[in-house]
Write a protein that binds this ligand. Structure first.
Ligand code: 13P
Ligand code: SF4
Length: 375
């Protein structure tokens, strides 16, 4: 039996004539959170997944926010658990004929866009993201039309159609590097959809950046004041923050980064105790990779607040073992992206992958090739 949860998310509904940033209002969505299987059921489901993956030359690609069982199984079976940047790269480069993406819809769509000839399955196609929901294609396109002089940079957490309207796609793992490179070329940026990440990028890079006003329902709930109080109780703790969090939370951070960035900070920082402002799904990896260290959840709106305040994404929670078995057995929940949209959307994603690959290889010409970063 799954439990239905109702979720409010912010969605811009009006545009200021003359090109101001859109205003926000709240809309409602839902998620279907599956019940936890028993210990015995888990064992049976995991065995079945191992067998199906083998038989179908399939690979499981999971995000750090999904259930620990899926994260562990992905690694154990030769798949991957990672941030959204590495999930995209891995899916593209892997020889498997079928990718099972345990995450949210934009991750499945990105995998399909990069590998149109592979079959991409997801445990639940209704697993979405408030950033994607809060950035409808037509409104976003109108926003872009109002600012033809700006290079359009979108977050990975968007639909294929929104990506198709962009010059660049980035994840939080590479947003600063890409914007610094574009700014060095004198580009002005139009950014969507996360306003906190947009503000953070602007503060860090000094970019001329106009932002859409979306938010992540999970990270938007972290509270600076309560975090200050928690820090007083743990004076030696280092604070690790995902940049989708509000500015007053980021201001208290010892390290700001993507999920992978937070993992690397926890490993490398000389501290025994950490306060973590991101989805609680990451705690599984943080704790298994750092057995001697303590990880404390950063405070949210707290008691009496909505499902958003549990600091766990309700859409990531829609992924479960039974869902993986179901899609591998039946072929259901295949991700489809309109081929023309996919082809256009591949461009901004490929730019990001090429750029980050060059950065990783220490290329001195990390600058952006002529013709790239148009507008
Ligand atoms: P990462 O790119 O850091 O994995 O984040 C994806 C996401 O959805 C964060 O909420
Ligand atoms: Fe979207 Fe936030 Fe969920 Fe990530 S955690 S998928 S940004 S709603």
């Amino acid at each position: 039996m799954s439990e239905m949860v109702s979720i409010d998310f912010e969605q811009p509904v009006s545009f200021v004539p003359g090109g101001g940033a859109p205003a926000c209002s709240t809309r409602n969505a839902w998620a279907r959170v599956p019940a936890e299987p028993t210990r015995a059921e888990r064992g049976v489901l995991k065995d079945r997944i191992r067998q199906l993956l083998r038989e179908q030359q399939a690979v499981l690609v999971a995000h750090y926010y999904v259930h620990p069982d899926l994260q562990d199984l992905a690694e154990e079976t030769g798949g991957l658990v990672a941030d959204s940047l590495e999930m995209a790269r891995f899916g593209r480069d892997h020889a498997a004929r079928t990718l099972v993406v345990a995450g949210v819809r934009f991750m499945g769509e990105t995998a399909k866009i990069l590998s149109p000839d592979k079959r991409v399955l997801m445990p639940d196609l209704d697993a979405t993201c408030s950033l994607d929901l809060g950035c409808p294609t037509e409104e976003f396109s109108a926003f872009c039309d109002q600012h033809p002089d700006r290079t359009v940079l979108v977050y990975a957490n968007t639909s294929a159609a929104v990506k198709a309207r962009a010059d660049w796609m980035v994840t939080s793992g590479c947003a600063l590097d890409v914007v610094r490179a574009l700014t060095a070329q004198g580009k002005k940026i139009l950014w969507a959809p996360d306003r906190h990440l947009g503000d953070y990028i602007r503060r860090e890079t000094g970019a001329d950046l106009l932002s859409w006003e979306g938010a992540c329902i999970v990270h938007d709930e972290f509270k600076g004041l309560e975090l200050e109080l928690l820090k007083e109780q743990h004076p030696n703790a280092k604070v690790l923050v995902h940049p989708e969090s509000p500015a007053d939370v980021i201001a208290l951070a010892d390290a700001v980064g993507s999920t992978a960035g937070i993992l690397s900070a926890a490993k490398n920082m000389d501290a025994r105790e950490f306060i973590v402002a991101t989805d609680t799904g990451l705690l599984h990896k943080l704790r298994t990779l750092n057995p001697g260290k303590t990880f404390i959840e950063a405070p949210t709106a707290g008691n009496g607040a909505t499902c958003k305040s549990c600091a766990h994404c309700p859409w990531m929670a829609m992924n479960d073992l039974a869902g993986v078995v179901r899609v591998l057995e039946t072929g259901a929940n295949e991700v489809h992206v309109d081929p023309a949209t996919g082809e256009r959307a591949r461009l901004p994603i490929a730019r990001m992958l090429d750029f980050t690959a060059a950065l990783k290889n220490g290329s001195s010409a990390v600058g952006i090739a002529p013709g790239i970063g148009v507008a």
